[in-house]
Ligand binder design. Structure first.
Ligand code: S3P
Length: 166
């Protein structure tokens, strides 16, 4: 089996679902943010603070290229990764891109105490989530070949993905 790439907004469950999926499908799990952090020796938060978002996006693009060389992976992409056509092209060639679709209200609830995601450290977090979500949903939909309802627990979401892909 080729790779499975999980796509969707921050807080949609890409990492939690991805870990479960990899266990059940006997695949290796890679969280792209953690992959970048290990490579650079800094957290995503530190990378944004020290070098800015653009530099992070460069690292992310590089990570996509590297991971695309590998097989049998479940990759949890970052929330911004698949908004860039180049990354979509790179990853699409290596497997199926699955969008985990979670509604706005649930995302706001899940993200309300977050301190690590640089894009959400703003005064009106819910408004930021609304704006980003509206911008990104069409891009995610274009990138993905499969969309799953993510408004459930991660076990159910993982089962649905496996059922659809097999
Ligand atoms: C980002 C999402 C984050 C991380 C970075 C930027 C985004 O990943 O890559 O903070 O642009 O949405 P998660 O979706 O795993 O939080």
């Amino acid at each position: 089996m080729k790779n499975i790439i999980l796509c969707g907004f921050m807080g949609c469950g890409k990492s939690t679902v991805g870990r479960k999926l990899s266990r059940r499908g006997n695949m290796e799990f890679v969280d792209m943010d953690r992959y970048i952090e290990e490579k650079v020796g800094m957290t995503v938060k530190e990378i944004f603070a020290k070098y800015g978002e653009q530099k992070f996006r460069d690292m992310e693009r590089e990570a996509c290229r590297e991971l695309a060389e590998r097989n049998n992976l479940v990759i949890a992409a970052g929330g911004g990764t698949l908004t860039f056509p180049e990354n979509v092209e790179t990853l699409r060639r290596t497997g199926r891109i699955v969008l985990i679709d979670v509604k706005y209200e649930i995302l706001c609830e899940r993200l309300k105490h977050d301190k690590n995601r640089p894009l959400l450290q703003v005064e009106n977090r819910n408004e930021k989530i609304r704006t980003l979500l509206d911008e990104r949903m069409p891009l995610y939909s274009r990138a993905a070949s499969v969309v799953v309802n993510g408004n459930f627990g991660s076990d159910d979401v993982a089962s649905n993905i496996l059922a659809i892909l097999h």
